[in-house]
Design a protein around this ligand. Structure first.
Ligand SMILES: [Zn+2]
Length: 124
């Protein structure tokens, strides 16, 4: 990010998904991988923020203890959303649709979301 200064970057760590499928979402291996990702983000996010970036940390799904994430169960569909931003501020402890994430990214980059994308989580 320091070298190329992208307007937008998506960092997708598929390691948690792979470990979750292999060992299950309640395994020590899965917890250890989540800790590794958390640790890396704890070091990177302050640097990215200092460079002026808004940071959104979330997941596209959870993981069951059996190593699965299909379906509509709460563990598969309810994921955390962390925002490190001066422009984005949904209410804490509020449940939001993931559709709002795309709309928020577009709003941050100055592109108007199309109809039906959901509401951006911007500070009014
Ligand atoms: Zn998967």
């Amino acid at each position: 990010m320091e070298r190329h200064a992208p307007v937008y970057m998506l960092l997708h760590s598929s390691s948690a998904d792979t470990i979750g499928h292999t060992f299950g979402g309640e395994s020590k291996e899965y917890r250890r991988q989540i800790w590794r990702i958390d640790n890396a983000l704890a070091r990177a996010i302050p640097i990215w923020r200092k460079l002026g970036y808004d940071v959104i940390v979330t997941a596209d799904h959870g993981m069951t203890e059996d190593g699965w994430h299909g379906g509509t169960t709460s563990i598969a569909t309810n994921v955390p959303l962390y925002l490190f931003s001066n422009a984005l501020a949904p209410e804490e402890e509020q449940v939001h649709s993931q559709l709002g994430i795309a709309a928020s990214i577009l709003a941050l980059t100055g592109i108007a979301p199309s109809n039906g994308m959901g509401d951006a989580l911007l500070i009014p």
